[in-house]
Design a protein around this ligand. Structure first.
Ligand code: GLV
Ligand code: MN
Ligand code: MN
Length: 404
């Protein structure tokens, strides 16, 4: 818990926690984690995009590698547990082994992904996308708010944008990826349980939508003559909400909106906005996107503006691996708690890791289900249960290495 507090001090912005990919704050957080990894007997390295990796070797080189981890970047004005908690719980489990001078047959690789939230470049799963070889090279040309390209940001962070494809982690030795994360929902709290085992992660689509109208004088252009891009965008935001409300489990969010030229006495000529759409069922998400696309075209035609619609990322729902989830559930039972299984509405690096190996996740109860908000909170008691669960899960995997 103290380490979560320490890492929260490393922020891009004074007074609140914002840790974007490639910034000095992210580097400082990585440096702190790297020092803890080394003290826990791990060899530490960074890959070509700047993911931080600590390796605690096993006693049997043929027994493979188990990945533990989560991410160290954050959203804007974030809480301190979304991401770092999973890295630090994995670290605690390795520290327990190191303190006992114990080696499991398999190696443990603790991964602190450099970018999961995609705050700077809109790239969900950038870190784990590079790790698994799923990153599209075209993404290197994406630019942040200041016009810095992803390629330049990778370079400035000490990485190698030209070596990303080669940096893909070979999956041949990987037994599994196990991630601990705050629940970010109310289920465990409602059931009075400290932890839960994740069954699946909902699919999500991220889009950039623009409305291009015509800028003009706020005092002289009569209302019927206007082609106001922000009025079109306003209709779109409500259409997204209405579409999402039409189907249980469907969620749609416009979280970023920018109007240009951006002056009080100028009719907005151009609006860019983000759209995030999610559902557990991929066909339902695809159908919602089709319907919303048709509504967008109607809005654009009726307001005489031009709408463009660009899919920035699109990830299907994934299932956690049943045998691994069962082992994790056994570990939870060994801590004396009932195992509840639940799906994740939030996205996680495990989505990318399914390209390489079986994935399982353990959720930790968080107060009020609040996350992506500085009020995010967990209790030390629940975190202790999560650590003990991982400790026990490692031992279960070590005694039955053929069935992770
Ligand atoms: C990641 O936090 C997400 O947006 O689900
Ligand atoms: Mn998050
Ligand atoms: Mn997260």
């Amino acid at each position: 818990m103290a380490r979560c507090d320490d890492l929260a001090m490393h922020s891009d912005e004074p007074g609140r926690l914002t840790r974007r990919y490639g910034t000095p704050a992210l580097r400082a957080a990585q440096d702190a984690v790297a020092a803890w990894m080394e003290a826990a007997g791990m060899g530490v390295r960074r890959d070509a995009v700047g993911n931080l990796l600590g390796r605690y070797h096993g006693s049997d080189p043929a027994a493979g590698t188990l990945l533990l981890g989560s991410h160290l970047d954050s959203v804007r004005d974030a809480g301190r547990y979304d991401g770092p908690l999973g890295v630090l719980v994995g670290l605690a489990a390795v520290e327990h082994l190191h303190a006992r001078g114990e080696r499991l047959p398999f190696a443990i690789e603790l991964v602190a992904f450099a970018d999961e939230e995609g705050l700077r470049f809109g790239t969900a799963y950038l870190g784990s996308g590079v790790f698994t070889g799923a990153l599209d090279a075209a993404s290197l040309a994406l630019a942040d708010d200041a016009g810095v390209t992803l390629a330049d940001a990778i370079r400035a962070f000490g990485g190698e944008p030209d070596a990303l494809a080669a940096a893909r982690r070979d999956g041949a030795d990987l037994l599994a990826y196990l991630e601990v994360h705050i629940e970010q929902g109310p289920t465990l709290e409602a059931r009075n349980l400290p932890v839960g085992v994740v069954t699946a992660i909902a699919g999500r689509s991220g889009l950039q939508v623009t409305f291009a109208g015509e800028a003009g004088h706020a005092g002289t252009v009569a209302m019927p003559l206007r082609r106001d891009a922000l009025c079109a965008a306003a209709e779109f935001v409500l259409a997204a909400e209405e579409t999402a409300r039409s189907l249980p489990g469907l969620v749609a969010t416009v979280g970023q909106i920018a109007a240009e030229p951006g002056a009080g006495n100028v009719i907005p000529g151009l609006v860019r906005l983000s759209l995030d759409v999610r559902h557990a069922d991929d066909a339902a998400r695809d159908d919602a996107l089709r319907r919303l696309r048709a509504r967008t075209d109607e809005i654009a035609a009726h307001r005489r503006v031009v709408a463009t619609w660009e899919l920035v990322n699109d990830n299907p729902a994934i299932a956690c691996e049943p045998a691994l989830a069962a082992t994790l559930a056994r570990a939870v039972e060994q801590t004396g708690h009932h195992t509840h299984r639940l799906p994740s509405g939030a996205g996680h690096d495990g989505v990318m890791l399914t390209h390489l190996c079986p994935v399982a996740m353990l959720f930790v109860r968080c107060a009020g289900g609040v996350s992506h908000n500085p009020a995010e909170s967990v209790t030390a008691e629940d975190v202790a249960v999560a650590i003990e669960t991982v400790d026990r899960c490692l031992l279960l995997l070590a005694t039955a290495p053929s069935s992770p």
